[in-house]
Every structure is written in C-alpha cells, then in structure tokens.
Ligand binder design. Structure first.
Ligand code: BG6
Length: 509
C-alpha cells in the first residue's frame, strides 16, 4: 500500500476533519450525590422530553475504577430511588444509556487531564461543558488543571455549583482563578432556584404584565416575606453541611436571588447582562449591617430532636458526620431593607431552615391596607400576593370579599362584613406534570449557551459581601445558638423579631 492509500486509522498523523457533533458534558463529581440525585435525572428528563440536543456525550468523572457499563448500571440502580413518574422504562434507559460514559480521574493529577483531553479529541463537538460538581475546595484545582491541559478552548463552558467559596475572600479568590482561565461568558455559576418554573413565572408576572408594576413599590407594599422551609434534616450530608450552615447554603444564594427577582427594576431587555445588572443593583442596595441590627434582626437556630413525617427524628448534633458540639446553624431568619427609591422603608424578611414543620418555599408580598375602612373587616386582612415555589408552583391573590358565611348570618341593615378569599392559580394543575424542572432547564441553558439564569461574579461577590458581617458576628457571638424542635417552625425568637414590626409569618396568620 502506498502512503496515498494509508487510511487515517493506520496512520494517525493523517487527520480526517471531523464533522462537529452535539456536545460533550463532563461531570466532575460524576459519582457524587448531586450527580445521582439531580444532574442525571434532569438530563434523562430532557432526553425524554426530546430537548437534549442529539449527538451528546455525558462523561461522568470519578476516582473509582468503573467501566462505562458499570457506570450505567449504577445510574440505573439510582433511578429506582427517584419518584415513579420520573423513572425510565427499560427501553428508554437503554436509549439514554448510549450517551453515558465514564472516565476515572484523580483530579489533582495533570496526566489524568491529558487523558480527558484525548477522550475529548475523539470527537469534534460544538460545545464542551465542564460541570464541576465536586467539593468546593476542588473548584480551582480543576479549573487550573483544565487550563494546563489546554482544555480552556473558546467552545468550553464551565459550570460551578454553589456555594462558591466559604466567605467573601475565598469567593473572590475562586472567581479570580476561574476568570484567568475562562472569560465571564464561559462561566455558568449555577443557583438552581433561578431555574425553578415559579421564578420564571415571577419574572413573567412582573415584566410581562402591566398589572402589578404600578403597585410594586413602597407606597403600596408593606413588607415582603421569603420562606424556604425544608422538612428534611441534613440527611447524609452532615460533614458538608457542618462546614456550611444555612446562611451559606441557602441565604447567600437562593434566598437572595429570590429577593432580587422581587425587588429588581425592570431590565432594559431579556439579555443576561441586563438582568444581572439589575439584580446587582438590588444586592448593592441591601442595608449594611450594624452591631445593633446584627443583634436584633438576625436569628440563628439549630434543630433538636423532634417529630417529622410522624416519626421521632434526631437532633442535628446526633446526625452522622456532625461534631457533638457544633454551632452550625440549620435555621436563619433575618430582616433587612433595600435602600433605594422603590423600596425605602419596606422590610424584607427571609427565613430558611431544615427540619421545619413543612416543605414550603414561598414569597409573600403584603400590600398595605386601604387608607380608610368603610367595611368591617377581620384584622390582618390586607391583600397579599403569594408566589408559591414549593410544594406546588402557583400564585395566590388574597382579597377581601363578602363571603357566603356573612351573607347567611347578616341581619338586615347591618353594615357589610368582609372575609378573606383567595384567587388561585396552580401552575402544576394548569400545565400538568411534564413541566421542565430547574436542573433540566439550567443544563439545557448551559448547552445552548444562555446565561440569563446564571449568576455573574460581581453579583455573587455582592451577596457574599452582604452576608460577611453576619458570619463574622457569629464567630465571636457568645450567645448560645437557639434550639428548635424538629418539626416546628423554628425558634420563637424569629417570630418575636418580626412581631416587633407588627408583622407575623404567613403560617401564623
Ligand atoms: C441546595 C442546598 O442548594 O438546595 C440543600 O444545598 C437544600 O441543602 C436544597 O436542601 C433545596 O433545594 P430544593 O430545590 O429542594 O428546595
């Protein structure tokens, strides 16, 4: 055979140009909790919905020595733990599994990144997504090693899970490293709350309808409450959680992103930077903490043994992986204000915790009462707009109306008495169960290169800057952490804090 007749297989130096194929998605932390619980199920749902771009390869990376087939079997076994409607049929899994591959890597070893580079060079993909779902301490290691192996090409996108850092300084350090390797447009800092359908609906409600905008300001709104309550405890994540706590795990990111979605000005268009510019302004307008407000407006708690789902459950200190004298908070409630023209003087209350009385995430916008009352009305009957994120996704408008009960009991000539009634829009019922979940949506956005629902570095830094004084205060605070029994709504001090403003949490009304 002459050299002209040599095929590329026989002589690798003859490079056959490859046609660009879909995407390569590399899951660092490919045998970790997030991958099993969220990422693979979300990718499967996208596959089932026909929205996962064709020609994709999903490459799980882990330390264990697994074959592709063993990796697929593990995934198949994990699928049996997800709820029935989301489990694949055998034929569906077989088809999905053709896209699943595994690569063993030690993330500190440069040679292993070379092996990754060779695996990626097998195909000429349009997009390479590096999803870093590892312990946060490995983020910079992975990113630096990717660069050293020449894997920071323009077609590469990097996804970083939260919490990005442990405090303001570590967040800055990570962002500095990542930005030396990738441009901001390649960095997808994920906050899965931004992918929740209810948050999309909040944007639609505010910026796609004219109805609420004239009301959406201090003149009409008395207060805003953001609750993210979980029934579950720390489960198997005791060790991670104990180094994190509710402030870093939930407030610095999820709760503040919800606050931004409520409080931001209308962006000039729907592009990522227009949205992120407005969120940044909100974060920069959050009232700075003083020793007095830190003391009075922040409550932290930790769950003790109690009842959950009708069963006796451990306190936090008895959870596996938690040190016996830990002071880590599993609950935070706080009150803040936004110092700008739209919101001056309106309190924003945030609370979040584990092992609370229910799994509920919601935002309650409390409107001011009428300036003058001509009807008899029950106390605390102000209008409310409730944006439900969980367990159901929907909107409720609480109004006063003449209720049926009053009509039956009213005596002729008596003045009219109003009762609260509710306008309900349950998106789950309206649109059915096939709605796109948060991770599904966000993963597709990364593959498509849409940054709208991801957090920019300056936004993230502003959020850390705001929580930093709380973290520092807790380090020196000699008051014992407040305890609350599992299965309750948290420490009574959180109700007392909001009661000082004449308000109460939604479930106490
Ligand atoms: C994660 C936190 O970001 O969000 C977890 O690390 C928390 O501790 C979870 O349980 C809550 O998410 P969701 O979507 O179930 O409300």
């Amino acid at each position: 055979m002459t050299s002209e007749q040599t095929t590329p297989q026989q002589n690798p130096s003859i490079v056959k140009p490859l046609k660009p194929e879909g995407f390569d998605l590399i899951l660092f932390g490919g045998t970790g909790d997030l991958t099993w619980r969220k990422l693979i199920p979300a990718l499967f749902q996208a596959f089932r919905h026909g929205t996962l771009p064709a020609g994709g390869r999903i490459l799980g990376v882990g330390r264990e020595d697994l074959t592709h087939e063993q990796y697929r079997e593990r995934i198949s076994a994990r699928f049996r733990e997800v709820d029935n409607a989301k489990q694949p049929r055998d034929d569906e899994f077989a088809a999905f599994a053709q896209q699943l591959f595994y690569l063993r890597m030690d993330l500190s070893k440069p040679d292993d990144y070379q092996a990754l580079a060779s695996t990626l060079a097998e195909r000429n993909t349009e997009t390479v997504v590096m999803y870093v779902a590892t312990a946060p301490s490995l983020f910079t290691v992975v990113v630096e090693q990717l660069a050293a192996a020449g894997l920071n090409t323009p077609k590469t996108r990097v996804v970083l899970e939260k919490p990005l850092g442990h405090d303001l300084d570590s967040n800055r350090a990570i962002n500095r490293t990542v930005r030396q390797v990738f441009s901001e447009s390649q960095i997808f800092r994920i906050d899965h709350y931004l992918g929740k359908p209810s948050v999309q609906n909040l944007f639609a409600l505010r910026f796609g309808n004219a109805l609420f905008e004239p009301l959406w300001r201090r003149e009409n709104i008395a207060s805003v409450e953001i609750t993210i309550a979980e029934e579950l405890g720390v489960e198997k994540r005791g060790e991670f959680y104990d180094n994190t706590g509710a402030l870093r795990d939930m407030v610095q990111n999820h709760a503040l992103q919800l606050l931004c979605a409520i409080a931001m000005e209308p962006p000039i268009n729907a592009h990522a930077d227009a949205i992120r510019d407005e969120k940044l302004k909100v974060l920069r307008s959050l009232r700075r903490w003083t020793p007095e407000t830190l003391n009075q407006h922040v409550v932290r708690g930790q769950y003790s043994a109690g009842m959950s789902f009708g069963k006796a459950v451990n306190g936090y200190l008895q959870e596996p992986g938690v040190p016996p004298h830990s002071h880590t908070e599993t609950y935070v409630a706080l009150r803040t204000e936004i110092d700008n023209w739209r919101w001056a003087g309106v309190p924003f209350y945030i609370r979040t915790g584990k092992r609370l009385a229910g799994r509920e995430a919601r935002i309650v916008v409390n409107f001011r009462p009428t300036p003058h009352a001509i009807f008899k009305a029950p106390q605390r009957a102000n209008n409310q707009l409730v944006i439900n994120l969980q367990p159901n996704d929907g909107l409720e408008m609480h109004l006063l109306a003449e209720g049926q009960a009053q009509r039956q009991t009213r005596t002729p000539g008596s003045s009219q008495t109003l009762a609260p009634v509710q306008l309900d829009l349950d998106f789950d019922t309206r649109f059915g169960s096939g709605r796109v979940g948060a991770y599904e949506r966000l993963l597709l956005d990364v593959i498509d290169g849409r940054l709208n629902l991801f957090v920019r570095s300056d936004e993230q830094e502003a959020a850390w800057r705001w929580v930093q004084p709380i973290l520092e205060n807790w380090q020196t605070d000699s008051n014992p952490i407040r305890s609350y029994a599992a299965g309750t709504w948290g420490p009574p001090a959180a109700s007392a804090m909001i009661a000082r403003d004449g308000h109460c949490w939604n479930e106490e009304r």
